[in-house]
Structure formats: structure tokens, C-alpha cells
Design a binder for this molecule. Structure first.
Ligand code: SAM
Length: 308
């Protein structure tokens, strides 16, 4: 029953996407205007939400982020480290895409025409700056509260007209069968996911050949236990206590093996250090705690490369 429902979701999502594609060009790019709530509901609510998230993320994990909804956009609040991380991760993504000639340098909209899926977008803290750089961004998340905060913050801002949020899982997108993106971003998400191998592989599945995956997470080391759990959560309260489970952190070799399964290769991996006093991130050689990577999907000509 569950698989039937999800297959139907996939078919509906494909049809919806094809409908968008058939609109005149100036409308095609605007996900938001062409996504009435009713369609969204039909596509995504037909799958029971508990069933949808069972593969990847436990219900309490999603509810944790819903409870934080009110604070997501408080730049001095519980999510401040995610806001300040943008100072590193946004240029990291932009410059990597420029170096691959997917993005255009020296313009105010270097990501114009780049189609990005952000998996686990939360309240859109990363989606918004990427959309402002010109990208068409689809943000998905399993937390209703986070998505509500995302939509409210985006509002009707003219420079965010190509930013869309949908209550969907990666399985929904994969299930649609034909959706492919230039870029997939999974930032600070994989450490909250139960089945990490499947999650990373599915991130790769929805990439076009040679597409880019940007993933940031926390390494599972003694240092990360001390800094990310003890100091950040218990002592300094930089992030809410219980946000992270150390056992769920991911080592480089684990990520690499998941990427291998997804036919993707790491292009660059950098460490990021957080100064909680200044609320500032800096690049560092040490990748024992926070790290971000750029991987690209190896061109597989047999892959289904339907434009989206
Ligand atoms: C720490 S927040 C990161 C938000 C955003 N990526 C950012 O960096 O600003 C983690 C988010 O991942 C979401 N999440 C966890 N597991 C997920 C899954 N399997 N699919 C989609 N979203 C998920 C949570 O609901 C939460 O909003």
C-alpha cells in the first residue's frame, strides 16, 4: 500500500513538473507562482508523513526542528551558527560552480539558470542566499515547522521568486523518476539521518551527470565529541542541547564510501572552525570536527538525463 502511494506521488510529481515545463519561459522559472497549495497537498500529502520519513529520519528528529521554528531566522538565536556559516558555504558553492563553468563570474547573479535542490533546507537559511545569486532553488524538508518558517520568511520577496519550498523527502524526488538537478546541497543534514548511505546515494541519484553535490557535516572523532557536543551544546549552549548525537556524526571515509555507491567523487574537502564568541567561521586544515565537501557525479551516459 505504502509503495503504491509513493509511486503515485512520483507520477503526480512528474506530471506537475512537466506541466511547469510547458509554461512560457518567464513562468517556468518561477516555481512559487505555479505551485498552488492544492497541488502540493495532492502530491505530497497522499503519502502518510510517518511512512515517508521512516527510511531516513525518525519522527522525533523532525519534530525537534519544528519546535525550533520560531527561532530559525533569529540571527542571534539558536540557529546563529547556521547563519554565520553562510559566510563560508555560500562562496564555497558559488566558486566551485564558477570553476566548473556552471556559474558565471563577475556578475550579480552568478548562479543564474542553475537548478539547485537543497535537501533538509530547514527554514531556508542557505536557500535564500543561493536564490539571490540567481539560482532556481527547490528546498525540501521533513519538518513542517521549519518549512512554515521558510515560506513565511521568503514571503513575496521579488528577488526570491525562483525559490520554492515543498514538504517532501528525497525519496519523493527520487520516486518522481525524472527530476534531475545541476546541484544538490545537503548542509548539516546527514548527521540527522538514519540511513546515511541511502541518503547520500539518493542525493547523487537526482544529480545530472557531472552535477555537483555539496555536503557539510560533522566528523565522528574525539575532538568533535568535545567541541560539538560537550562545548557547543552542554557548556556554551551555542546550539540547543540534544541537537546532535555523536554516534550519528559521519567520518570522511564513510562519506567517501557512500559517494562511491552514488558514482560520485570528492573534488574538494575543507575543514571549518567555529568561534562561538565571535560567532564566526573560518577555513582550517583540520577536518576533525566540521567539514564541507564538493563532489561531482561521474558522467554516466546511460543515466536518465531528463532536463528539469
Ligand atoms: C541543522 S538543520 C539544517 C538546515 C539547512 N540545511 C541549513 O543548513 O540551514 C537540519 C534539517 O534537516 C532536516 N532533515 C533531517 N532529515 C531529513 C530528511 N531525511 N529529509 C529532509 N530533511 C531532513 C531537518 O528537519 C532540519 O530542518
Amino acid at each position: 500500500m505504502m509503495s503504491l502511494n509513493c509511486r503515485s506521488c512520483g507520477r503526480l510529481l512528474t506530471r506537475w513538473w512537466m506541466l511547469l515545463k510547458s509554461q512560457p519561459a518567464r513562468d517556468v522559472h518561477c516555481f512559487r507562482k505555479k505551485t498552488p497549495k492544492a497541488i502540493e497537498n495532492v502530491i505530497f500529502r497522499t503519502c502518510d508523513s510517518k511512512q515517508r520519513i521512516r527510511f531516513m529520519t525518525s519522527q522525533p528528529e523532525s519534530e525537534k526542528f519544528s519546535r525550533l521554528a520560531r527561532n530559525w531566522w533569529d540571527e542571534d538565536g539558536e540557529m546563529k551558527a547556521l547563519h554565520s556559516m553562510n559566510e563560508l558555504r555560500v562562496p564555497f558553492i558559488r566558486d566551485a560552480l564558477i570553476s566548473l563553468e556552471i556559474a558565471v563570474p563577475n556578475t550579480s547573479k552568478p548562479l543564474q539558470g542553475v537548478k539547485i535542490l537543497e535537501v533538509g533546507c530547514g527554514a531556508g537559511v542557505l536557500c535564500e542566499p543561493l536564490a539571490r545569486l540567481g539560482a532556481s532553488v527547490l528546498g525540501i524538508d521533513t519538518s513542517d515547522g521549519a518549512l512554515a518558517a521558510a515560506k513565511m520568511h521568503r514571503g513575496d520577496a521579488a528577488d526570491l521568486s525562483e525559490l520554492q519550498y515543498i514538504d517532501a523527502t528525497l525519496e519523493d524526488i527520487v520516486g518522481a523518476g525524472t527530476l534531475r538537478f545541476d546541484v544538490v546541497v545537503a548542509s548539516e543534514v546527514v548527521e540527522h539521518v538514519d540511513n546515511k548511505a541511502e541518503f547520500v546515494t539518493q542525493c547523487c541519484d537526482v544529480l545530472k551527470p557531472n552535477g555537483s553535490l555539496f555536503l557539510s557535516t560533522i566528523n565522528r572523532t574525539q575532538m568533535s565529541y568535545f567541541l560539538a557536543i560537550m562545548m557547543a551544546e552542554k557548556v556554551l549552549g551555542v546550539v540547543p542541547d540534544g541537537t546532535h548525537d555523536w554516534k550519528s556524526f559521519v567520518t570522511h571515509s564513510e562519506i567517501k564510501s557512500y559517494l562511491d555507491q552514488g558514482n560520485a567523487q570528492i573534488q574538494r574537502l575543507e575543514g571549518m572552525a567555529y568561534n562561538p564568541v565571535l560567532n564566526k567561521w573560518t577555513w582550517c586544515k583540520n577536518t576533525d570536527v566540521n567539514y564541507i565537501l564538493h563532489a561531482y557525479k561521474i558522467d554516466d551516459t546511460s543515466a536518465n538525463n531528463t532536463e528539469c
